[in-house]
Write a protein that binds this ligand. Structure first.
Ligand code: ZN
Length: 134
């Protein structure tokens, strides 16, 4: 749960973003507009050789993903797996900073996401992803 929602429930929480420390954390900020998130996102898109602006708003990113996720091509599958692991990786990093009190750099988070994507990919997609060097 993002801290803006916790605050709405009356839960005392640090409302600034745990990743960039700059703004009240919300779903749209965490997954769309956060500087940290966008650094990771930009590196992942560079890794899979997709040319998309790293600083799209949350709504623009959602629109872009929905469009990219149509179809059954290898590229589509790669975009889907990278996007879902990106969301998971950002969520995990946020929780680790809150509960584990550890802090990874955007570079470390990106590397972990690329490793998980390579492990999760199957068949032709795995071969294609392993050709991409990060
Ligand atoms: Zn942030």
């Amino acid at each position: 749960m993002t801290t803006d929602r916790l605050a709405n429930w009356g839960v005392q929480a640090n409302t600034s973003c745990y990743l960039c420390n700059e703004i009240v954390e919300s779903h749209a900020h965490l997954f769309g507009e956060c500087k940290f998130t966008n650094i990771v996102w930009g590196r992942l898109m560079q890794w899979i050789q997709i040319n998309v602006s790293p600083s799209l708003s949350y709504t623009q990113k959602m629109t872009w993903i929905i469009k990219q996720a149509k179809g059954r091509s290898c590229k589509t599958k790669i975009v889907k797996i990278v996007y879902s692991e990106h969301i998971h990786g950002i969520w995990m990093e946020k929780n680790n900073r809150i509960f584990g009190e550890t802090m990874k750099t955007a570079e470390q988070v990106t590397r972990e996401i690329t490793c998980v994507c390579n492990i999760r990919a199957k068949g032709g997609m795995r071969e294609k992803m392993q050709q991409l060097m990060y």
